[in-house]
Design a protein. Sequence first.
Length: 275
Amino acid sequence: MENPRSSTQQYALRPVVACLFLIGLGATASAAEPARISDSEALRIGKRIWQNESNGSITGLTAWNSGEDFASLGIGHFIWYPQGVQGPFDESFPKFLAFARDHHAMIPAWLNAAAACPWNSRAEFSKAQNSSQMQELCQFLAHTVDLQAQFMVTRLQQSLAKMLDEAPPAGRANVQRQFERVASTAHGCYALVDYVNFKGEGVLHTERYRGEGWGLLQLLEQMHGTENGARAAREFSNSAAAILRRRVQNSPPERHEARWLPGWLNRVRTYSEHS
């Protein structure tokens, strides 16, 4: 009987042509240097994601949302948990720090040595707003916008193989096809990078409510179109909106996720603008 994981390779080998900086996706990526985008292109995508997350404000680079047990940092609001906290969502800020070290970024000494978020609650985080640590953290984040964008592009580059591994064998060709349709659109690279950063790949079983996920995998699985260009962009945007509405409907009532839905829908609407 065929191993359901082994057939992933046949879909991951084809590169996305139109989205040039994603050349080397999937199985071929591990054997090559990670594809990079220019600093100017990274900065353009990064600023747009920063605008989505916190209106492009410096103060929005360091946040701790009400009702959550983690800090949200950087242009992509990367999650950072305090010591001893293990939440259901992917903790991305330590991964960005490792990426920054690999790229020889100047990281504040205390941050470089931190094993976990030094603030244990939203109250502690708010109280520390004028501290030297918080000021250094904010400066570091403000000075690495393009690097943060490169980190998010790298995450997307690695996501296709993960999604194909997780998808049922019969659905893998469609996931690959829909990914390529979106990547070929005018703003497809931005849309894919943003959504993966925003709601993840959809491969973690902890990131599901009532057994249903809300990541890029689930979004692509809902798409079945064949046309490229503006039609693909609209379908991606509409599928994202449907997935996010389903997440809110499935979410635990105590999380009050309906308060975030209007902003989420405005965000995914940008995926089909000017495409």
